[in-house]
Design a protein around this ligand. Structure first.
Ligand code: FAD
Length: 417
């Protein structure tokens, strides 16, 4: 106790970790070149899905890739110039689809995700933002019996991990979500899932609570670490050194160079994603709805209707391709036909963000190679909002020298070495 912990990154992961550390009695500061929650945690679909145990790389998935890449409305795009850079990651990604590995990844994800809402709730209540957590379930909608059938391996994996699913026929689907197009004939409801009415406000609320309890949040970019004999003395930043005895690397998709400085070559890639939002939409779903074929989600939020999804492999620096966000609106209209044919720009907002992704869809969580004082907590890919609360608790366990509440060996930083 009495130690100072510096948390690098004020996204959902860093802020929840800082919150649990503060609860444990540590003096905490957070470093970020931007304001809390304005990275990837800003514009995601907000789903808190305990059911998200299906890794991105699944057996047979590779067969769909050529079709996805050729379809301009498809869920995957690669900037061809980036292909040589991302190729080694793609090789590891494809290898991660081995059936035994997929089972292990799903088990590991379930432990991280199932207690998401119950773990977040006490923090959100303290911060006065519990109203942002909705517990209404999540609906998957399928156009055809065939696409529903094709997804059965994924649903079996969820069932095998204790997720209770309710299959819906066309009528039941309509009752579950009246705003949905009649083109959809099959559905699945997962009642345990929830969502955030505004992911940014959740991070901001938790960050404010941290400040109220004495934490400092500095606008500074971490550049490296000052170590002496393997023990941490300070975090080096563009604003000078910040002394601390422990550090947490939670810089999302930007964590790779920080880990590299500590001797860990982590294959972290950005899976860029987009959203488009409609303010005061004519049709609003009651709960988040995934178009299972289009692989995007429509989430009702306090600021409007958000369509979020797509994966674009193009690195951290390439400029956004806003056509990918506009495609989401086109597809969203087919999901919710009550929406208008077109919208004036002032009712729309577009966003691009960087999912921090490792090839096996699992985060990197554990101590660095060069110093036990630096804990990694990054790489949560498609499920970082949902996985943050349990991750934050695990970080506090590791900093406190406690045995982590769940088995964290699947997340060990050196697993790709
Ligand atoms: C389109 C889309 C939809 C998604 N939908 C969902 C969903 O429904 N549910 C879900 O659970 N997840 C979802 N995700 C994933 C989720 O948004 C991310 O996994 C999560 O936000 C990652 O949080 P983070 O704190 O690790 O990263 P971030 O929120 O990106 O935070 C990292 C922070 O680190 C800061 N930083 C960077 N470099 C440094 C440095 N050198 N020093 C200090 N700070 C630094 C950045 O400025 C940033 O604020 C979605 C993602 C996308 C793109």
């Amino acid at each position: 106790m009495g130690k100072t912990v510096g948390v690098i990154g004020a996204g959902m992961v860093g802020i929840t970790a800082a919150s649990f550390l503060q609860r444990d009695g540590y003096k905490v500061f957070v470093l970020d070149p931007g304001a809390p929650g304005e990275g990837t945690s800003f514009g995601n679909a907000g789903c808190l899905n305990g059911s998200s145990v299906v890794p991105m790389s699944m057996p047979g998935m590779i067969r769909n890739v050529p079709g996805w890449l050729l379809d301009p409305l498809g869920p995957l795009a690669i900037r061809w110039r980036y292909l040589p850079v991302v190729a080694p990651w793609l090789v590891q990604f494809i290898r991660a689809a081995a059936p035994e590995r997929v089972k292990a990844q799903a088990r590991a994800l379930r432990a991280l995700l199932a207690p998401s809402i119950e773990t977040l709730l006490p923090l959100a209540k303290d911060a006065g933002v519990a109203d942002l957590i909705h517990h209404k379930g999540h609906l998957w909608a399928y156009r055809t019996e065939e696409s529903f059938r094709k997804d059965q391996a994924a649903w079996q994996l969820r069932r095998d991990n204790g997720v209770i699913v309710t299959e819906l026929d066309a009528d039941q689907l309509r009752q579950a979500e009246p705003a949905l197009s009649r083109e959809f004939t099959r559905g699945i409801l997962v009642e345990e899932n929830g969502h955030l009415g505004n992911p940014l406000r959740m991070v901001q609320g938790l960050a404010e609570q941290l400040r109220r309890n004495g934490a400092e949040i500095h606008m500074a970019r971490a550049m490296g670490f000052a170590l002496e004999g393997g023990r941490l003395k300070a975090i080096r930043t563009d604003r000078g050194e910040f002394p601390c005895e422990r550090a947490v690397v939670a810089a999302g998709a930007w964590s790779k160079p920080l880990a590299a400085e500590l001797g860990d070559a982590v294959p972290l890639e950005t899976e860029r994603g987009y959203h488009i939002m409609i303010r005061d939409p004519e049709a609003m779903p009651r709960l988040p709805v995934a178009d299972a074929d289009g692989k995007f989600v429509a989430t009702p939020m306090e600021t409007g209707l958000r369509f979020a999804g797509t994966v674009e492999l193009a690195g951290l620096d390439a400029s956004p391709d806003w056509r990918r966000a506009r495609i989401l609106l086109e597809q969203g209209r087919r999901l919710l036909p009550g929406l208008k044919e077109s919208y004036p720009e002032e009712r729309l907002s577009l966003w691009m963000g960087h999912r921090p992704s490792l090839p096996d869809s699992l985060p990197c969580l554990g101590p660095s190679a060069r110093s036990p004082d630096v804990i990694y907590a990054f790489g949560h890919g498609h499920v970082g909002m949902a996985a943050s609360p349990v991750t934050g608790k695990l970080v506090a366990d590791l900093v406190g020298g406690r045995v982590p509440a769940i088995d964290i060996t699947p997340f060990r930083p050196g697993r790709f070495a």
